[in-house]
Design a protein around this ligand. Structure first.
Ligand code: NAD
Ligand code: IPM
Ligand code: MN
Length: 362
């Protein structure tokens, strides 16, 4: 029996609603497999916890998480707690503490998923974003000078270390090489005359180690335009923390909507747990109503399965999501359906069960 210990931080708003469906799908797989078991430990951290205890997570929280096989997270942030406090003290704290410096976000238009572009070839939207996830504009470095005075100045410093920049770019090259795909770097060296000039330089240096990988490099503004007008240019993509954040929401809209977009925060050395989460937020506007689309959380469960070495089941979950979208019957309102969050999770689990026998005999 393989037992995996999963830390569950359901968090705020729709976080708990969507995560429950991801867990439902994981449990379906474990039960059918028989030799696989997930043990969940629930941590009640989030904005409600903050309003009761004055902290987003317990003081020893990071220590308590460090031995889990993976962390499964819903969403963090809710009106009433300033976003910079809730996110810095929970989500960003975990990414940093566990050196989850790779953020993998697939932007792939799977069969049946809606796309706002007209006449698009489905296969042309198949990108793998590798977002730097530990520094850059998210370093938390800055200053607030002369607060409230006429000469007030606020600084937010982007930090791009040699180590931090090189490791994400090298990881992206290795990923592209393994997949036999091109690698595109997205930066902004024309205006950001320190950070992005350095980024471009490191990209060129590391590229020399990978002569077999075809490369391209775009300025971020042009890249945003090209993602819409010519998405097939992008295969594996590497970019900075902030650009990756923004472009993957854009990408989500291209590939089925924010309710379908998943992300994995990876510590490749496996010194610490990695964390799997939908890329959307807590969606306060629809929270608590059973309206949230759980497919992003379910897709993150698929990424979790890949990461722990059960790629066959990771693919099975993706196939089940595709099956559900092709049926087009059990969908949440963001996908023009009338089903609830739980009904979508139930249906995906059913499809997983029906596909399971063929996977198990492989
Ligand atoms: P959001 O992603 O929560 O919502 C944006 C829009 O998308 C809303 O209209 C929402 O209803 C919709 N939406 C999002 N997820 C959906 C789903 N699964 N199904 C259907 N519709 C969905 O972004 P926001 O409104 O900018 O942020 C809300 C809060 O979440 C803020 O506090 C923000 O800081 C936080 N946030 C957290 C994370 C995270 O925890 N990883 C990510 C993004 C935003
Ligand atoms: C994401 C989110 C976070 C980020 C926020 C909530 C800090 O938008 O995971 O995409 O910017 O990384
Ligand atoms: Mn984001």
């Amino acid at each position: 029996m393989s037992i995996y210990n999963i830390a569950v931080i359901a968090g705020d708003g729709i976080g708990p609603e969507v995560l429950q469906e991801g867990i439902k799908v994981l449990n379906t797989i474990a039960e059918l497999d028989g030799s696989l078991h997930f043990e969940y430990t629930y941590f009640p951290w989030g904005c409600e916890y903050y309003s009761q205890h004055g902290v987003m997570m317990d003081e020893d929280g990071v220590e308590r998480l460090k031995d889990f096989d993976a962390i499964f997270l819903g969403a963090v942030g809710f009106p009433g707690v300033p976003d910079h406090i809730s996110l810095w003290d929970l989500l960003l704290k975990i990414r940093k503490s566990f050196d989850q410096y790779i953020n993998i976000r697939p932007i792939k238009l799977i069969k049946g998923a809606p796309c706002p572009l007209k006449d698009v070839n489905r296969e042309d939207i198949d990108m793998l974003f590798i977002r730097e996830n530990s520094e850059g504009e998210y370093a938390g470095a800055g200053d607030w000078l002369f607060k409230g005075q006429a000469n007030e100045v606020v600084l937010q410093t982007g930090v791009f270390s040699r180590k931090g920049t090189e490791r994400v770019i090298r990881y992206a090259f290795e990923t592209a090489r393994k997949a036999g795909k091109s690698l595109t770097s997205i930066s902004k060296g024309n205006a950001l005359n320190y950070s992005m000039v350095f980024w471009d330089q490191v990209f060129e240096e590391v590229a020399k180690e990978f002569p077999d990988v075809q490369t391209a490099s775009y300025l971020v503004d042009a890249a945003a335009m090209l993602m819409i007008s010519d998405p097939k240019r992008f295969e594996v993509v590497v970019t900075s923390n902030l650009f990756g954040d923004i472009l993957t929401d854009l990408g989500a809209a291209l590939a089925g909507g924010i309710g379908l977009a998943a992300g994995a925060n990876i510590n490749p050395e496996r010194n610490f747990p990695s964390m799997f989460e939908p890329i959307h937020g807590s969606a306060p506007d629809i929270a608590g109503k059973g309206l949230a689309n759980p497919l992003a959380a379910i897709w993150s469960a698929s990424q979790l399965l890949d990461f722990i070495g059960h790629e066959k089941y990771g693919q099975l979950v993706l196939d089940a999501i595709e099956g559900l979208l092709l049926e087009g019957e059990v969908l949440t309102p963001d996908m023009k359906g009338a089903a609830s969050t739980a009904e979508v999770g139930d249906r995906v689990s059913k499809i997983v069960s029906s596909l399971m026998p063929s996977v198990m005999v492989e």
